[in-house]
Each structure stands twice: as structure tokens, then as C-alpha cells.
Design a protein around this ligand. Structure first.
Ligand code: CAA
Length: 404
């Protein structure tokens, strides 16, 4: 079980205060309007939340090189009040991890301090119309042009697009290469040729914009190529997702926690057959199952985040385990919470239905749960390939032939 440090608890408390004083009272307003909540953004920036995952030497408050446990604690607290605000915040970590992991020193100095202050908002442009799960199949093209690059094509489902003033963009620089085909670029909102296309109308996380981003010959200098050398973009994207997926898991788990708390209080007050519905064993079972799953998700997320912060070499499996498990839990728990609210749960007058709507996307973005299961199975098979000593305990080909 993860023991939170004093520093962890401090960030948790700061985030909880912002969540309860600012986020929860405004959640419905921005969900209804489907508008970016700039007043919440300001409160989060003022509280220093955008600096938690950025090391101190780049203007953040992080004591280490990776500070994913603090990041997850903040996302959990925000999402407990509003899942949209949880992702609106988390996507800045997703967008900036490539700079932290692979940026040149100049790129880190230029961008990270402004992100840490919440002055620069960043988005992550990987997915395209025909490249979702198959991220390697992306087609946005960057062509060497004079002393820089020009970028052509469209990205899909850019979370934070339009609100963000900086975009980490993955593009093909060497179409002939198999393993060095893709590079990452930093594109600023005001770069000529950049624009925002279709703005999506969404089921959940409605306060954060999800848009198409258009690159119509966007010309950037050499200094905007992430890391200064082309060809490592896909690996940087995958490495980034390993760091960011526990954050989606924390968003989901925060939603589950928030929905469970509302459902429990309601069950204690709602009377049927002359007694609170919380006194019925079927409702108690639902609440107890919600609590087990939510707590199990929490421990898995904290373990994944700690592994990242300690620099463990293989976090790929833990990140996928936490993302897949917590987001499936969020869908189950928020659906059961709506069930406990009965007819009131289905009505948009009350916040509980929003938890269920916000939870759905967590099973889809940053790698669908089908992709997470594939990643987990690939890791299992890699590990099992080393377990030669087990072979004497499983039927050999000859034994199986003889039995047949
Ligand atoms: N770290 C570093 N390198 C990695 C890696 C990792 N975790 N995973 C793979 N690589 C490397 C491999 O070593 C390999 O290198 P070589 O070519 O040198 O051998 C290369 O990348 C290709 O790896 P694979 O053959 O495993 O790649 P693949 O095509 O089979 O795909 C995948 C792997 C896991 C399916 C990957 O495409 C994937 O994760 N897809 C899901 C994409 C995704 O998550 N999109 C989310 C978009 S962002 C979003 O949703 C954000 C938002 O809106 C909030």
C-alpha cells in the first residue's frame, strides 16, 4: 500500500480545496455551455497545480525528474468534482511530457516554465482520422523546407485544441523508413497555417474542447523539431503515453470516488418502504463493490506512478494495467451510482449522470482498453518467454500427440 509523503498530502489538499471551492460549483455551468472554464483555469494556475509534474529547475515544484504521483493525486481530486476539468488539466502533462523526456535544453527552458505557471496551455496531436489505435499509421507530413520544416495535414480529437497555445505534433518526416518514420514538432497557435477545424459536440468532458487541428503548410524553424533530430517521434509518443496513462486512470478513479460518495449519501437519505435504501442489503452490496473496485484502482495507480517516479525501467505494463483497470472500474461504478439514484439519476437536473457521461471516454482515449489489454498481454508473453523452468510442468508436444 502506498504511503503518501507530506508533500504528496499537501498537493492533494491544495487540489481538493480548488476542486470543492471552485470546480464543483461551476461544473454544471461549463458542462451545459460546452465552454472552456477560464475561471477554473485561473484558480488552478494560482494554486500552482500546473507545476506539480515539472521539475523545480524548469520552474515547477517537482522534487524529482518525474513527479507522476503528485500529478495523479491532483487529477484524482479535480475529477472527483468534474471529470472534464480533470482531463483539461491532465492533458497539459500529456502534451509536455515529450518536451521533458526528449526536448533539447533550449526547448525545456523555453516552454516548461510557462507551462508550469499555467500561462502556456499545451495539447498533444497524435491521432488522425485514419490513425487512432494504429498510431504508426499517421499521415501528417513534415517536409524539410529551407532551414526548417513545413507541416501539412490534419489531426483529429485534439483535446484542449483552441484553448491551448502550444501543440506537440507528430508527423512523418521519412516515409521510406520503418522505424524512424515519425518526428515530433512544437507548433505555436500563432504560427501561420495553423488553425482549428471542427469543434466536436461531445457526450462527456464537455468543458474541454476536442477539435480537429489543421496544418496548412505550417512553417517552423529547426528549433521546433523535438530533441533537434528527426526519426524518434514514435518512440517519444509511446514513452509519453507510458507516463501519462496513470493520469487517465486517476481521472477515472476520481470520477468513481466522486460518484460513490454522492450515491452513498443519497442512499442514506432516500427512504423507501419506510427506511433508507442504504439499509437494504442489495444497495449495500452495490456500495461495497464500488468501494472495493475504486480502492483497488487507487492502489494500482499509485504503484504505477511511484514506479515512474523512481525511474523503473519498464513501466509500460503497469501504466496499461492501471489505465485499463481504473477506467473499466469508473464505468461500472458511475453506472451503479446512477442506478442507486433511480429515476433522479437519469435526469440532467442532478450531477450524477454527468459522472457516467464523463467516465465513458476514459475507456477510449490515450489508447482504448482493447489496446491496453494488447500491451499487457505482450508484456506477459515477454516475461513468460524467460520462464524456461516451467516447461517441465506443462504438456510437451509429444505428450499432447500421444494423448490425441
Ligand atoms: N516506449 C518506447 N518505445 C516503444 C514503446 C514504449 N512504450 N512501445 C513501442 N515502442 C517502440 C518499439 O520498441 C518499436 O521500436 P523499433 O521499431 O525500433 O523496433 C516501435 O516503437 C514500434 O513498436 P510496436 O511494433 O510495438 O508498434 P505497433 O505499431 O505494434 O503499436 C501500440 C503499438 C501499442 C498499438 C501503439 O500504436 C499504441 O499505443 N496505440 C494507441 C495509440 C494511443 O494511445 N493514442 C492515444 C492518442 S492521445 C489521446 O487520446 C489524448 C487525448 O485526447 C486526451
Amino acid at each position: 500500500m502506498t504511503r503518501l509523503s507530506e508533500e504528496n498530502r499537501t498537493w492533494q489538499a491544495i487540489a481538493r480545496e480548488v476542486a470543492e471551492k471552485v470546480v464543483r460549483p461551476l461544473a454544471k455551468k461549463y458542462d451545459d455551455a460546452q465552454e472552456y472554464p477560464w475561471e477554473i483555469q485561473e484558480a488552478m494556475a494560482e494554486a500552482g497545480l500546473f507545476g506539480v509534474w515539472i521539475p523545480e529547475h524548469y520552474g515547477g515544484s517537482g522534487k524529482g525528474e518525474r513527479n507522476v504521483l503528485n500529478l495523479c493525486l491532483v487529477i484524482e481530486e479535480l475529477s472527483r468534482a468534474c471529470g472534464g476539468v480533470g482531463v483539461l488539466f491532465a492533458v497539459n502533462a500529456l502534451g509536455s511530457f515529450p518536451i521533458l523526456v526528449a526536448g533539447t535544453e533550449e526547448q525545456k527552458q523555453e516552454y516548461l516554465p510557462k507551462i508550469a505557471k499555467g500561462e502556456t496551455l499545451i495539447a498533444f496531436c497524435l491521432s488522425e482520422k485514419n490513425a487512432g489505435s494504429d498510431a504508426q499509421g499517421l499521415r501528417v507530413r513534415a517536409i524539410a523546407d529551407g532551414d526548417g520544416w513545413s507541416i501539412h495535414g490534419e489531426k483529429k480529437w485534439t483535446t484542449n485544441g483552441g484553448a491551448a497555445n502550444l501543440y506537440t505534433v507528430f508527423a512523418v518526416t521519412d516515409p521510406e523508413s520503418r522505424s524512424r518514420r515519425i518526428s515530433a514538432f512544437l507548433v505555436e497557435k500563432d504560427d501561420p497555417g495553423f488553425s482549428v477545424g471542427k469543434v466536436e459536440d461531445k457526450m462527456g468532458i464537455r468543458c474541454v474542447p476536442v477539435v480537429e487541428t489543421v496544418f496548412d503548410g505550417v512553417k517552423v524553424g529547426r528549433d521546433r523539431l523535438l530533441g533537434g533530430r528527426p526519426g524518434s517521434g514514435f518512440k517519444h509518443a509511446m514513452g509519453t503515453l507510458d507516463l501519462a496513462r496513470p493520469g487517465v486512470a486517476a481521472q477515472a478513479m476520481g470520477l468513481a470516488q466522486g460518484a460513490m460518495e454522492l450515491a452513498t449519501r443519497y442512499a442514506m437519505q432516500r427512504e423507501q418502504f419506510g427506511q433508507p435504501v442504504s439499509s437494504f442489503q442489495m444497495v449495500q452490496k452495490m456500495l461495497a463493490d464500488m468501494a472495493q473496485k475504486t480502492e483497488a484502482a487507487r492502489q494500482l495507480i499509485y504503484a504505477a506512478a511511484e514506479a515512474i517516479d523512481h525511474g523503473d525501467s519498464s513501466v509500460n505494463k503497469l501504466a496499461a494495467l492501471s489505465k485499463c483497470f481504473a477506467t473499466d472500474v469508473a464505468m461500472q461504478v458511475t453506472t451503479d451510482a446512477v442506478q442507486i439514484f433511480g429515476g433522479y439519476g437519469f435526469m440532467r437536473d442532478y450531477p450524477i449522470e454527468k459522472y457516467m457521461r464523463d467516465a465513458k471516454i476514459t475507456q477510449i482515449y490515450e489508447g482504448t482498453n482493447q489496446i491496453q489489454r494488447m500491451v499487457i498481454a505482450r508484456n506477459l508473453m515477454k516475461e513468460a518467454a524467460q520462464l524456461h523452468f516451467l516447461d517441465e510442468y506443462i504438456p510437451t508436444e509429444e505428450q499432447r500427440a500421444f494423448e490425441g
